[in-house]
Ligand binder design. Structure first.
Ligand code: HQG
Length: 172
């Protein structure tokens, strides 16, 4: 799989469609034909990225003519995700430098639409390692849900919520 192409696709479908002259609809979809032209790749190459991407970041619609990112957007899109009941605990991978601010404010979505949470510690380690020595926070997701916080799960299994108040974070 072409990792560079995957990263360009993430940028186009999550953060900066304008740069390639693409337009996302309200739910984040755009025409596959426009993506192929903008990225100058053929359909087979794109199919491999969609199918083999290690996080299943992209989805074709049922007709195969449109494509979107499954999560991670900074541009305003409504993925139409339905609330879901989370597992008892979820994990968030970060780095020690962020901890004082996280302890004060809880987890914030920062530039994305939601706080991104992982179902496994292993995934959270990988997420944190993007920024340095990974530090994994354990989140009392069941407690949050019981207190009325809403969770969503993206098509590729990333758990999403608006804010994790610090009280639900287990100190590392
Ligand atoms: C931190 C990747 C200070 C947070 C990954 C993180 C994930 C705070 C950074 C997905 C904070 C935001 C998302 C607060 C949160 N004060 N720092 N109050 N609250 N932070 O990239 O979770 O490869 O937006 O800990 O695998 O790192 O793109 O979020 O370090 O699934 O598909 O602020 O992105 O997926 O960074 O990563 P991000 P994330 P993809």
């Amino acid at each position: 799989m072409d990792i560079r192409l995957s990263k360009r696709l993430s940028k186009a479908l999550r953060h900066d469609p304008d740069h390639l002259g693409l337009t996302l609809d309200a739910a984040g979809w755009t025409d596959v034909s426009a993506v192929l032209a903008a990225l100058r790749v053929d359909r087979e190459t794109l199919d491999v990225v969609v199918a083999e991407n290690n996080k299943q970041r992209f989805t074709y619609d049922e007709t195969g003519t449109r494509i979107r990112a499954n999560q991670g957007h900074s541009v305003p899109v409504d993925l139409g995700l339905l609330p879901a009941t989370p597992p008892h605990v979820l994990y968030h991978g970060t780095v020690a430098a962020a901890l004082p601010s996280i302890k004060a404010d809880g987890l914030r979505p920062m530039n994305r639409h939601h706080v991104h949470l992982s179902a496994t510690r292993e995934t959270a380690v990988a997420v944190g390692a993007r920024r340095g020595k990974p530090l994994v926070l354990v989140i009392d997701a069941a407690g949050m849900a019981a207190d009325g916080h809403v969770f969503y799960v993206s098509a590729n299994g990333v758990w999403l919520t608006d804010h994790v108040p610090a009280v639900y974070l287990e100190e590392p």
